[in-house]
Design a protein around this ligand. Structure first.
Ligand SMILES: NC(=O)c1ccc[n+]([C@@H]2O[C@H](COP(=O)([O-])OP(=O)(O)OC[C@H]3O[C@@H](n4cnc5c(N)ncnc54)[C@H](O)[C@@H]3O)[C@@H](O)[C@H]2O)c1
Length: 321
């Protein structure tokens, strides 16, 4: 069986996607790679693991031919807030990286998963029940690379017959690895701070409504999409998916049902607030539901209950060390 290559495997998504892929397809079949160079003990624990810079086309070629790769989950990217702090680097990593992945896929006949984002929309997009096909004029460099990336995936699918598949992911909430510099990081931070300090200072306003998803649903979405019957997929750029449309105040309220003393104050970061204000408030994910059976398992309350329990265990284990 051809193997699976994951780029950006040490990030928030990769840290959970790699174990899930290994469980389903076998540990040896899934090659984890990232820009980060791990010490030998770390690399051995994650084996098969290799250093791979996706902006270096020859490194991708070498990995794909060496490991007989049939599918690439391309996660390496700079996220919204990090990208806005370094737009030139974001263009290089997000665009050259994807182009190199698609080219190697064309040459070796690989399938490609590309994670787009709610950041691929902009202020002119309808913000409620945002349709699958609508205006996409983002005002951030992150969003620009995501729209261009979606179009490039579409192009490679139609022009070269590459099996590209993608999701427009909302903000992801998880406890295994820290988020990597996105605008929705506040949700993860709020849950951590609730358990640790029972208080949090939020960088978005209380009523900023955005789509979110708990990581187990995101992992299931990626794997289910990649296993879906090809003929049923109407879209090769990226499918809207969401699990909840929530504000910081609503997440705080859900936390208070478990930690009544939890308090939140607000010190707004104008850069991240402006990014959030340019994004949809709630996506219409009807196309994903119809085409490949997308259905999230976690709503706000189920996510909050599970996250708080996992974080308490994680902090207790850290204290016991
Ligand atoms: N986490 C979210 O909330 C979210 C939401 C929507 C879309 N996405 C998308 O999902 C993908 C993965 O997101 P994440 O949250 O895991 O990001 P992350 O920032 O946590 O991880 C990205 C990883 O990419 C690596 N990387 C950076 N430059 C690289 C390069 N040149 N070559 C190889 N690796 C490199 C980093 O070392 C890091 O481990 C990204 O494309 C992101 O835009 C994430």
């Amino acid at each position: 069986m051809p193997s699976i290559l994951v780029t950006g495997a040490l990030g928030q998504i990769g840290s959970e996607l790699v174990p899930a892929l290994r469980q389903r397809y076998g540990a040896e079949q899934v090659i984890a790679t990232d820009l980060k160079v791990l010490p030998p003990s770390g690399a051995a624990a994650l084996a098969p693991y290799g250093h791979l810079d996706c902006t270096e086309a020859h490194q991708l070629h070498e990995a794909v031919s060496r490991y007989d790769v049939g599918t690439i989950y391309h996660l390496a990217a700079l996220l919204s807030a990090s990208a806005e702090a370094a737009p030139q680097l974001a263009w290089s990593v997000n665009m050259s990286g994807l182009y190199n992945v698609l080219e190697v896929a064309r040459e070796y006949g690989c399938r490609v998963f590309f994670p787009s984002s709610i950041g691929a929309f902009g202020p002119e997009t309808p913000r409620d029940a945002t349709p699958q096909v609508t205006i996409q004029r983002p005002t951030t460099i992150y969003g620009i690379t995501k729209v261009a990336g979606e179009l490039l995936c579409d192009y490679y699918a139609h022009r070269f017959g590459i099996d590209t598949r993608g999701l427009r992911l909302p903000g992801l909430i998880s406890y295994v690895a820290a988020p990597g510099g996105g605008t929705t990081d506040y949700a993860v931070e709020m849950l951590y701070h609730a358990v640790r300090y029972a208080s949090y200072t939020c960088f978005l306003s209380a009523d900023t409504r955005l789509d979110m998803m708990y990581m187990p649903d995101a992992i299931a979405a990626m794997m289910d999409l990649m296993e879906a019957e090809e003929a049923r997929l109407r879209y090769r750029n990226a499918y809207n998916v969401t699990a909840m449309s929530v504000t910081p105040a609503e997440i705080a309220e859900a936390i208070r049902r478990h930690i009544p003393a939890f308090t939140v104050d607000y010190e707004i970061d104008p850069v991240r607030q402006a990014i959030a204000d340019s994004w949809p408030r709630s996506l219409d994910d009807g196309a994903a539901r119809a085409d490949w059976g997308w259905a999230p398992r976690y709503d706000l309350d189920a996510m909050t209950q599970d996250m708080l329990a996992r974080l308490k265990d994680k902090l207790a284990a850290a204290r016991g060390r």
